[in-house]
Write a protein that binds this ligand. Structure first.
Ligand code: ATP
Ligand code: MN
Ligand code: MN
Length: 310
């Protein structure tokens, strides 16, 4: 609500202090009577969503899917700083690697839009500390042919398992085919765990869920192992792994947003496609179901012990 409206001067659009060049460039084509979504539209969305989005991306290494000529043109993943990087983006040191890009503020989000960056995929680390995980993500990937209701049911199984381990799971759409179940964990002092522990925990939980319902779940990456099941992709939890950020748009024709939900919305009838860039003003009027995400973090240590992970 605090953000001022974007200003227009001639054909120049400025959002959060960043000049958006070619503001009318179409990033998502219109369809079914819906208008095209332009670069200026994307920048304004990022500005409006910043207050909700930034806690989930700020000061973490982030991979950005760029589509400078729109989603029908060439798209690529950017991880590292590039020549001509916008000064509103920060460089973040990742041991023995080329520095990664990080967004720190709303100007950084506007700079992402200015570069034709459509999707944000941060590490699951503590802000400013790429070596410390601060969340666990279960990426539920349905085999082709499964219904979205099957993904909904699967998310409930993961939720119950995590709650049984003392964690507080949150859920979001991906703007794609599945759902992500994400639990915040504390990353300070004695609560701190390593990436190896984080990933081993996620793997152990996934294996336990599979063992209880082997006809519904698989933990094997290979597509041919899916056989009508849901792949619980626990590989989002290692060092350098990413997951799409809540509130990130997707570079796909439906212009979906990876959208945070409350658990009571996750029931048959949920249509992820309803959360898209054509309707974002009304979506942002609703309360943020992930507002308490960070406050809900607990130490992973008791859960690690329960799962027998060293
Ligand atoms: P969907 O619901 O359609 O599966 P998704 O975002 O979960 O959407 P996945 O393919 O399951 O898509 O990937 C999960 C996450 O892993 C992505 O959000 C992304 O951050 C990361 N990822 C997947 N593939 C790649 C890739 N080729 N390069 C970089 N990161 C990737
Ligand atoms: Mn997925
Ligand atoms: Mn996946």
């Amino acid at each position: 609500p605090a953000s001022p409206p974007a200003s227009r001067k001639g054909d120049k659009v400025t959002v959060a202090g960043v000049v958006i060049s070619s503001p009318d460039k179409v990033l998502w084509p219109g369809n079914d009577g819906r208008p095209p979504i332009t670069k200026a539209d994307l920048a304004r969305y990022f500005e409006a969503a910043a207050e909700r989005l930034l806690p989930h991306v700020a000061d973490r290494p982030v991979s950005i899917i760029r589509a400078p000529d729109g989603i029908e043109g060439e798209t690529f993943f950017q991880r590292h700083a590039m020549a001509g990087s916008n000064p509103r983006l920060k460089l973040i040191d990742v041991k023995a690697r080329t520095p990664y890009v990080a967004v720190v503020d709303v100007g950084g989000l506007a700079a992402v839009a200015q570069s034709g960056g459509l999707e944000l995929h941060p590490w699951g680390c503590k802000p400013g500390d790429p070596e410390t995980p601060d969340q666990i993500t279960f990426d539920l990937d349905p085999d082709v042919g499964l219904e979205f209701d099957d993904v909904i049911a699967a998310s409930g199984v993961v939720k119950a398992k995590l709650e049984g381990l003392g964690l507080t799971p949150f859920v979001k759409t991906t703007g794609g085919k599945g759902l992500h179940v994400v639990a915040p964990i504390r990353a300070d002092g004695r609560s701190r765990v390593t990436w190896e522990q984080n990933k081993a925990f996620a793997k152990a939980v996934s294996e336990a869920i599979k063992a209880e319902a082997p006809d519904r779940f698989t933990t094997t990456l290979a597509k041919k192992a899916r056989g009508g099941k849901i792949f619980i992709d626990y590989l989002r939890n290692g060092r350098m792994a990413t997951a799409v950020a809540p509130w990130s748009p997707r570079a796909r024709p439906a212009a979906g947003i990876a959208f945070p939900l409350s658990w009571d919305q996750v029931k048959p009838g949920l249509r992820p496609a309803d959360y898209n860039l054509w309707v974002w003003p009304e979506l942002l009027e609703r309360p943020d179901p992930w507002a308490d995400f960070r406050a809900a973090a607990v130490s992973l240590r008791p859960a690690l012990r329960k799962m027998g992970v060293e």
